[in-house]
Design a protein around this ligand. Structure first.
Ligand code: GLA
Length: 382
């Protein structure tokens, strides 16, 4: 049965009538990782894996939310002290609170939701959840908040209710996603441009290691702090540096003795990565997928050796891709587990997928998951 039918049926069985249906998407990112909170460029797109929610106001001051995937109900109020204990419910609660903080109206509602964005795979299931509710509440309560602010509502939810000091990429992709297009986003100014992405003769495939390292969110926050320390050191000499992405590579060298080796390596990665996004966009406009792929490998190297957000399983998948002459491959998203994103020539696709499954399983004792992705629309009413 289609996901939205299952959700609607559950909604009717719990609340006795139909809800309105909304959806938003997970995302991929072709290149530009850990650049968003550094004011740099990213290059994501929404995908055909979504969160879908049925929602209806209930005339009370309470939210009654049911997660189909967890088979759990959670009820909470809308005041700051009402934060629910269940992690999944905090995303919905956070979106309500952040909408209210921006002057929006939110009253009690009932909701049932489910999704097919794999959890912990680096595909931003949490941003999909936040964007679904940010978009839906804005529509239902007629708040007239623009899409930029809806994305920020999701991001602030992560910061203030979920403990992750993330950038804006995931929520932006989820809110602004457009079928067939990647989005080059300047995370400092929020200027963006759609790039039609249909690489003839190539396919994008994700290989999910199915590992998620426990301290991922605290390690993520630490990376951010490293970058902020380096940016602060550079700013003393070059006051125009607001974010690390504003710094030239030579300016980083000037402060080498003032920052830790670790902060230096992290920053070296970020400054290189911001440039790689622009280089990939240029290469795409020329149709030069070999260069796109080579830059993806460079990103993997940086994420593994300088930024240190890869892991044994992802390095293994990346090496295998290189060995098989896959055009491009790298760890995608925040890292510490999750997927590699691979740009593969059509004729190599099946051999690569078979080899990845077989060799990864032999080495790590569990099979990776394979996802083909279609670049799709973001937040919407169904
Ligand atoms: C996570 C965060 C994003 C971004 C990526 C890394 O997905 O939510 O803001 O920083 O990691 O590029």
């Amino acid at each position: 049965m289609e996901m939205k039918t299952r959700i609607q049926e559950k909604f009717i069985s719990l609340f006795g009538h139909e809800g309105d249906l909304y959806a938003s998407a997970g995302r991929i990112n072709l290149i530009g990782e850990h650049t968003d909170y550094n004011g740099g460029y990213v290059f994501p797109g929404a995908i055909d894996k979504c969160i879908v929610a049925a929602i209806k106001t209930n005339g009370s001051a309470k939210v009654r939310a049911y997660s189909v995937d967890y088979d759990e109900m959670c009820e909470f109020g809308l005041n700051e002290e009402d934060k629910p204990a269940k992690a999944w419910a905090c995303y919905i609660f956070g979106v309500c609170r952040e909408t209210i903080k921006r002057g929006g109206k939110v009253e009690g509602f009932d909701t049932v939701f489910a999704g097919d964005v794999p959890l912990g795979a680096g595909l931003s299931s949490s941003a999909a959840l936040e964007s679904t509710f940010a978009f839906a509440l804005n529509d239902i309560f007629g708040n007239g908040i623009d899409k930029f602010e809806l994305a920020k509502i999701g991001q602030s939810t992560e910061h203030n209710y979920c403990g992750v000091k993330c950038g804006i990429m995931d929520q932006f992709a989820s809110c602004f996603g457009k079928a067939g297009c990647l989005i080059r986003l300047n995370c400092k100014t929020l200027e963006y441009k759609y790039f039609p992405f249909n690489p003839e003769g190539y396919r994008l495939v994700l290989v999910d290691s199915c590992v998620k390292h426990e301290l991922a969110s605290s390690a993520y926050n630490k990376r951010r702090e490293s970058c902020e320390r380096a940016a602060a050191a550079i700013r003393k000499k070059h006051p125009e540096v607001e974010f690390l992405s504003d710094a030239k590579r030579v300016w980083l060298d000037e402060v080498r003795s003032e920052i830790s080796d670790e902060d230096f390596l992290r920053s070296e990665y970020v400054i290189g990565e911001v440039q790689r996004v622009l280089d990939v966009c240029d290469a795409l406009e020329r149709g030069d997928y070999e260069i796109v792929g080579e830059l993806m490998y460079q990103t993997h190297f940086g994420m593994s050796k300088l930024y240190e957000v890869s892991c044994e399983e992802l390095d293994f998948l990346n090496k295998l891709a290189r060995k098989m002459d896959v055009t491009g491959s790298r760890v995608m998203g925040g890292g510490f587990g999750g997927c590699t994103i691979n740009l593969v020539r059509d004729e190599l696709y099946q051999d690569f997928v078979d080899a990845a499954v077989e060799q990864f399983t032999a080495k790590f004792g569990h099979a990776p998951k394979i996802y083909d992705v279609v670049i799709s629309d973001g937040a919407r009413k169904l």
